[in-house]
Design a protein around this ligand. Structure first.
Ligand SMILES: Cc1ncc(COP(=O)(O)O)c(C=O)c1O
Length: 406
């Protein structure tokens, strides 16, 4: 287990007098930011703020160097090449950028099929629905089994020569299930389809190695893994990115512009139209280094140990029903639950009174939550700074919720 008391010292928020008793279990919504990340962002603003890749003066050169170094750090974090990393505004932005790029590149013809899963976050599902409408594609959804696993037998049947894209969530933000990203990427490759992994809940929680997964594209947000908000990553295999038409257009992504047309810069610049989130990218690079120092494998083991304890303890509480993956080896820190007789929003609100931060709702995965026969669940989500004592606090808080509804 990691030494969470020492780790928490890296976060000013946890040291604030006001927050010293906070049990923060809303990490799937956003993680906390270690001071090194906040300081790296602040240093950019205070010491070398300038636009990147444009100015010839030292300030701009320093900013450009820091931006390029951030790209290299993120590339290393997921075992990619620097030129395969596109900085975006976040996971949702990455998803939309990719869908438009594929569409603009003529990947889809009427009647083609695109495949996703029942576990998908709206950030993938809704852009896919819109893409299907625009291009008259058939959107097929791999179902989820009762044990909160994807039905891989069905996936094999769904992915055929008609498939052009297989988009799959790496870790569900509702069930915590770690999906078989490699298998789905392999199935896509066999039929000549592109594969996309939404690694938003996976990155910084379990080791993510794009070469090992073998996916064509993968994305995530910085803010779920100790990075700043408003920065994300779209990874793509270089040889594919080189062939694609961009999804956004404007300054910074062009080679030469004429009155009627333009030619585009090389990958990855051609996908980064406009001034990027420079401070965010620098902060994300530092977040990657910070997590690597702790060890993403150690983080994974720690979260799973705390998850196991939480699942065991919750199973002892009468009237609590778990809606997430109950096998702790397959769950990376997400516990969705309902308390008999209590609305999930009331549960979350009462827990907050006892210093426990959780989230209630459909968690931007309405089809998944509805498929479990409910409209909303309360979710407690763990990261590496959470301890078994935090779980004890959650259980005590649940006891208080039950008292209110007895
Ligand atoms: C699995 C998953 N994908 C995508 C997203 C979207 O991330 P963002 O809101 O940072 O764009 C989230 C956010 O909750 C998520 O959990």
């Amino acid at each position: 287990m990691l030494d969470t008391k020492t780790l928490k010292k890296d976060f000013s928020l946890f040291q604030n007098e006001e927050q010293k008793d906070l049990i923060y279990l809303d990490n799937s919504a956003t993680s906390q930011t270690p001071d090194v990340v906040a300081e790296a962002e602040t240093e950019y603003y205070r010491a070398y703020r300038a636009n990147v890749n444009r100015g010839l003066y030292p300030l701009s050169q320093r900013a450009s160097k820091a931006y390029d170094e951030a790209r290299a750090k993120v590339a290393k974090f997921i075992n990619a090449d620097d030129r395969e990393i596109i900085f975006t505004g976040g996971a949702t932005d990455s998803s939309n950028l990719l869908m438009y790029s594929l569409e603009n590149s003529g990947v889809f013809q009427e009647g083609d099929e695109i495949i996703t899963t029942m576990m998908e976050h709206h950030s993938v599902l809704v852009p896919l629905q819109e893409l299907a409408k625009r291009k008259k594609l058939r959107l097929r959804i791999i179902p989820m089994l009762a044990e909160k696993e994807l039905d891989y037998n069905e996936a094999e049947k769904f992915i055929t020569k008609k498939t052009k894209l297989v988009a799959c969530i790496g870790v569900s933000n509702v069930t915590g299930t770690i999906n078989n990203m490699k298998l789905l990427s392999d199935l896509a490759r066999k039929v000549g389809a592109y594969s996309l992994i939404d690694a938003t809940q996976a990155a910084g929680h379990i080791p993510v190695d794009v070469k090992e997964i073998g996916c064509d594209f993968l994305f995530f947000s910085g803010h779920k893994m100790c990075g700043p908000t408003g920065i994300g990553v779209l990874y793509g295999k270089k040889e594919i990115l080189d062939k694609l038409t961009p999804g956004n257009f404007g300054g910074g992504m062009v080679e030469e512009v004429f009155e009627e047309e333009a030619s585009y810069a090389l990958t990855p610049a051609k996908f980064e139209a406009g001034t990027p989130n420079i401070a965010g990218a620098i902060g994300l690079g530092v977040a990657c280094e910070y997590l690597e120092k702790i060890g993403v494998g150690n983080i994974e083991n720690h979260i799973q140990e705390v998850t196991k304890y939480a699942l065991e303890e919750l199973s002892k509480v009468d009237g609590v029903k778990i809606y997430s993956q109950t096998n702790p080896e397959k769950n990376i820190g997400v516990i969705s639950f309902l308390i008999e007789g209590a609305h999930p929003h009331d549960t979350s609100e009462i827990l907050a009174r006892f210093g426990v931060a959780t989230r209630a709702g459909h968690h931007c995965a309405q089809p998944l939550v509805k498929s479990m026969g409910v409209y909303a669940v309360t979710r407690a989500s763990m990261y590496f700074y959470n301890s078994k004592e935090d779980v004890d606090g959650l259980i005590a808080g649940i006891g208080e919720v039950k008292k209110v509804f007895e």
